[in-house]
Design a protein around this ligand. Structure first.
Ligand SMILES: Nc1ncnc2c1ncn2[C@@H]1O[C@H](COP(=O)(O)OP(=O)(O)OP(=O)(O)O)[C@@H](O)[C@H]1O
Length: 250
């Protein structure tokens, strides 16, 4: 059953020890324009939470704020049990991984150099994603979309993050490539990693995730257990239809 709008979307009454990320009353904006407000979410250890919503509803803004790239106008972010206003690099040291919409790769560098620059062990990445072995000398910008996301995700997971935040998880990927990177995520959650992701493909998002939230016009319109909505997506579809004023709050 779907939870009330502002009930944390982290599971059924998660104990504080299991929650790795929690926001309370989060409000974020750009200059004087507030684009999200009242965001309460909770992401549990070993679980995948999907953030859904129409274009411009505020998904990337929420992700950027929980990883420390955007300062909240109000509310708080609690990461690994502590309220934080730290920058991304400090959150990364504490166990946060973040993959931005552009997949956070340097296109002109080879796969091997992208890994070296990130101080990630090549063998660990290849162990997670064997198809990358024959691509190590290729420039990242020449990889297919699926190969790039495989590289981004395996690079992030090789650091064994406690929480991985991924924007536009399977954007532009064919089903097979999407399944490959999804399998990597599932494997990581089995080892305890928590995941917060944005995924535009509704059915894929509900298949992959344990919990979901739908943002509409910058607020949580619906949150619940993904399994409860896999066979009845009408309500979510209605909420994710774009509106002309999709993110503009009064
Ligand atoms: N740097 C910025 N300066 C001003 N407004 C911004 C900035 N970044 C985003 N916005 C605005 O904030 C609102 C929310 O944008 P955001 O990118 O968070 O939405 P989204 O749900 O991730 O959209 P999409 O699915 O299209 O990526 C939009 O109206 C957008 O135009």
């Amino acid at each position: 059953m779907a939870t009330a709008c502002n009930e944390p979307a982290g599971g059924d009454d998660p104990s504080p020890a299991e929650v790795v990320l929690q926001t309370a009353g989060l409000a974020v904006g750009y200059q004087d324009l507030q684009v999200v407000q009242g965001i309460d979410l909770a992401v549990q250890k070993g679980k995948i939470t999907a953030l859904l919503g129409a274009n411009g509803s505020g998904k990337t803004t929420v992700l950027r704020t929980v990883v420390g790239l955007q300062r909240p106008l109000g509310g708080e972010v609690r990461l690994f049990g502590e309220v934080t206003r730290a920058a991304l690099h400090a959150r990364a040291r504490a166990g946060l991984g973040y993959i931005a919409e552009n997949r956070s790769l340097i296109p002109a560098l080879t796969v091997r150099d992208n890994l070296r620059l990130a101080k990630v062990d090549t063998a660990a990445v290849v162990a997670l994603a064997p198809p990358l072995e024959k691509l190590l000398s290729r420039r990242a910008g020449l990889l297919s979309g699926g190969e790039q996301q495989l590289l981004s995700v395996s690079r992030a997971l090789a650091r064994r993050p406690r929480l991985l935040v991924v924007d536009e998880f399977c954007q532009g990927l064919a089903p097979l490539a999407a399944e490959t990177v999804s399998a990597l995520l599932r494997q990581a959650t089995e080892a305890g990693t928590a995941v917060l992701l944005v995924e535009q493909m509704l059915h894929r998002a509900l298949e992959l995730s344990d919990r979901f939230l739908v943002l509409r016009q910058g607020a949580v319109a619906l949150a619940g257990r993904s399994a409860d909505h896999r066979n009845r997506t009408e309500e979510i579809e209605r909420l994710t239809i774009a509106t002309d004023d999709s993110a503009r709050l009064p």
